[in-house]
Design a protein around this ligand. Structure first.
Ligand SMILES: [Zn+2]
Ligand SMILES: [Zn+2]
Length: 236
């Protein structure tokens, strides 16, 4: 229940409503609605369309881009073992990015646009965690974010390693997004996957400001955000 007057009408497009919640947004967004049916985000059909993404669009769209960038490095003289060798280091960077990305959304917002941005980037997934079309990152938004990312890598790496680093980073993102989808909608049989699922459901339904890792709990251990043992939520 929202105390200070404003109530979100779940039957109307949500995105431009949540800003009005002010300080109450934090509490509202962490009261999940666990139905597979998602809310409407925008009045406009065009923007609404851009917010709905099937999970398999992520590998279908981005894996060819990954291959293209890595092959660019290969053409410029890097051998495949050489690229695989660097992937260990890159994996550490990508998982750290995954971790800091999710941590950044644990900060409380209360301004109109702060709430709106938080809702679009992360909050919507907390409010409707089982909305299968609002789980992976919309490719149109990813494409926009990749431009500064590519420029940054070009600045930091040599011309022949930059494409492999970029391709590898993108591959890490694809793995992250698909894993996240699987943790919500898959029925893991293996112990590792089962415990990752439980770990992430804890982040949703028990302690939202801990357990940020998706593909591993490594950085949670490093930064001390590992949730305390016991009282796990049941895997759904
Ligand atoms: Zn979260
Ligand atoms: Zn999730």
């Amino acid at each position: 229940m929202v105390a200070k007057g404003f109530t979100v009408d779940l039957n109307k497009p949500l995105v431009f409503q949540v800003g009005h919640l002010g300080e109450d947004y934090e509490e509202w967004v962490h009261q999940p609605i666990v139905s597979k049916e998602g809310p409407r985000f925008f009045e406009s059909d065009f923007w609404e369309f851009l917010t709905r993404t099937v999970w398999w669009a992520i590998p279908v769209i981005w894996l060819p881009v990954v291959v293209w960038f890595i092959s660019m490095s290969v053409k410029m003289g890097h051998t495949v073992p050489d690229i695989v060798f660097h992937s260990g280091l890159r994996h550490i960077c990508v998982t750290l990015m995954e971790y800091s990305y999710i941590v950044s959304f644990s900060y409380q917002t209360k301004s109109y646009w702060g709430n709106t941005m938080h809702y679009l980037l992360h909050g919507c997934h907390h409010k409707h965690p089982m909305d299968g079309l609002r789980l992976v990152f919309p490719p149109a938004a990813t494409a926009v974010l990749l431009v500064p990312f590519w420029n940054l890598i070009k600045l930091l790496a040599t011309p022949s390693t930059a494409p492999a680093l970029f391709g590898g980073g993108l591959l890490g993102y694809v793995m992250y997004d698909c894993t996240h989808y699987y943790l919500h909608h898959g029925q893991p049989k293996k112990e590792v996957a089962k415990s990752l699922k439980k770990y992430h459901l804890n982040h949703h339904f028990r302690i939202q400001n801990m357990g940020f890792g998706i593909t591993s709990s490594f950085w949670d251990r490093v930064f001390g955000t590992l949730p305390p043992q016991g009282k796990d939520v049941k895997a759904r």
